[in-house]
Each structure stands twice: as structure tokens, then as C-alpha cells.
Design a protein around this ligand. Sequence first.
Ligand code: FES
Length: 95
Amino acid sequence: MIRYKQETHEVQVSAGLSVLIAASLAGLEEMGFGDCGGNLVCATCHVRVNSGTFAPMKPDEQLMLDTLPRTHPNSRLGCQLRVSDDCDVEWMGAR
Ligand code: FES
């Protein structure tokens, strides 16, 4: 599930695919989600993880998050998150 503002998008993707792919299927790519295609240079895929299990953050993801003016304790970059089970993330919007 991907939330953005007042909208909720329920998207099914295979395990191992990224939240970036799920966002694209939800039509959020057209609104600016994931401008760099997952190359860790845009942070337009900034999400807050409400639930779900994801691998720990790697240093390059943290470096990109550190460039943002505002983050949350559960902030992650959707392009780095591989879906393994049901999850709920909230897109923070393109910067
Ligand atoms: S898509 Fe650009 S950093 Fe995630």
C-alpha cells in the first residue's frame, strides 16, 4: 500500500521488486516519484515506512536522506526498498 496525501494506492508486486516499481504501477512516477530511476541522486522517492519488513539501510541511502530538509525516524528511499511482504509506505512527495 502506498499513501500520498489523501489517496491510498494498493499495488501488488512480486517479492523482491522495489517500492519504486510499485509506485510506478500506482501512477506516482508521473507525479515525480523516482526521477532518477533508482540511482540514488534525486530522493524524490522519499517515503515514510508505516509497516513492513525491509533490509537495513545502506550508507549511500543514508547519505541521500541526509540531503533532505526534513526526514522522519522511519524515512527510507523507495527505490532502495525491496518488497518482501505486505507493507504500508507514505510518499513524502517530490522535492
Ligand atoms: S529514485 Fe532517485 S533516489 Fe530513489
